[in-house]
Design a binder for this molecule. Structure first.
Ligand SMILES: Nc1nc2c(c(=O)[nH]1)N[C@H]1C(S)=C(S)[C@@H](COP(=O)(O)O)O[C@H]1N2
Ligand SMILES: [Mo]
Length: 292
């Protein structure tokens, strides 16, 4: 689409992470007094945090654009309305519910965790997330015995998300999934904030998933629906390319992506590469999930 391309070229002129371009970031609304949650000492990686300008300025959010440095541009973010925002918990559970996200946050309370985050494209970051465990939502919904998976769905609003129409072959809306035991795991986190503040829109405001031992695309943004299912749900990426983006998608340096190696990664803000760790370094906590 030529018009779109010309417009993007215009936007690029002001872009650049280090330039700190664009106006003040646009975040989700939210009770600022809740942020940051208390740092959880059990989930507090003692590593240098990624510069916030990188974590909030280099984003994958294909509903807007595939250009990572432009997602945060007001051209995209100003139209994206994240307040009020309802989230629905449904499917095979005893107590389905629908709730305003700010109410959910007030009910669940916030804690802060520092996790490593590894994109399948072989870049990574280390960021402090504010949020709560997904387990808390699951326990409130009380899954039925037949529930074996959890499916997540991102909002789909063509007027607010111009990237959707530019990728017509994609099976929108963006969906992801986990096994129920993965979803219940202590590490599986629902983030509503980053760096001690409500999520910037480009990071998936007002509510997103963070599954730190899996490739980044499993950490679905701007969630409107969480659904318990009996069968393994189809995800957007798996539908597009099952050999590149399989359902499980645990970080594994020994299993290359069909088009590139996963042995090393570039930490955002640095030029060198470091070795990638199996399960993104969370093996002690999660390896038992995958014992055959
Ligand atoms: N709805 C939605 N969620 C998404 C994506 C997306 O394009 N749309 N991109 C995924 C990918 S590939 C990555 S690496 C992370 C990026 O999260 P970040 O921008 O907060 O770093 O979001 C994931 N969640
Ligand atoms: Mo990614």
């Amino acid at each position: 689409n030529r018009r779109q391309f010309i417009r993007e070229m215009g936007l690029v002129a002001g872009a650049g992470i280090s330039a700190g371009a664009f106006a003040a970031e646009s975040t989700a609304a939210g009770n600022l007094k809740l942020y940051p949650g208390k740092r959880n000492p059990k989930h507090n990686l003692k590593v240098q945090l990624t510069n916030k300008a990188w974590a909030t300025g280099y984003n994958n959010f294909y509903e807007f654009t595939t250009n990572k440095e432009l997602v945060r541009h007001p051209f995209y973010m100003d139209k994206f309305k994240v307040d009020p925002w309802q989230i629905q918990i449904t499917g095979l559970c005893e107590k389905p519910f629908k709730i305003d996200t700010q109410q959910l946050i007030a009910d669940m309370g916030l804690e802060e965790r520092v996790y490593r985050f590894r994109c399948v494209e072989a870049w990574s970051m280390i960021v402090p997330w504010s949020g709560f465990t997904l387990r808390k939502i699951i326990e409130r919904a009380v899954p039925k015995k037949q529930a074996r998976f959890v499916k997540f769905t991102t909002a789909m609003n063509l007027k607010q998300m111009p990237g959707i129409a530019r990728l017509p072959a994609y099976p929108w809306p963006y969906t992801e999934g986990l096994r129920l035991d993965e979803a219940m795991h202590e590490l599986t986190f629902v983030a509503t904030g980053i760096y001690g503040k409500p999520l910037p829109k480009q990071n998936g405001a007002p509510i997103r998933l963070v599954v730190p031992w899996k490739y980044g695309y499993k950490s679905i943004k701007s969630i409107v629906k969480i659904e318990f299912t009996a069968k393994q749900p189809k995800t957007l990426w798996e539908s597009l390319a099952p050999d590149e983006y399989p359902f499980e998608s645990n970080v594994d340096p020994k299993v290359p992506h069909p088009r590139w190696s996963q042995a090393t990664e570039r930490v955002l803000g640095f030029n060198n590469r470091i070795p990638t760790l199996k399960y993104n370094g969370f093996g002690k906590q999660v390896a038992s999930l995958y014992k055959k």
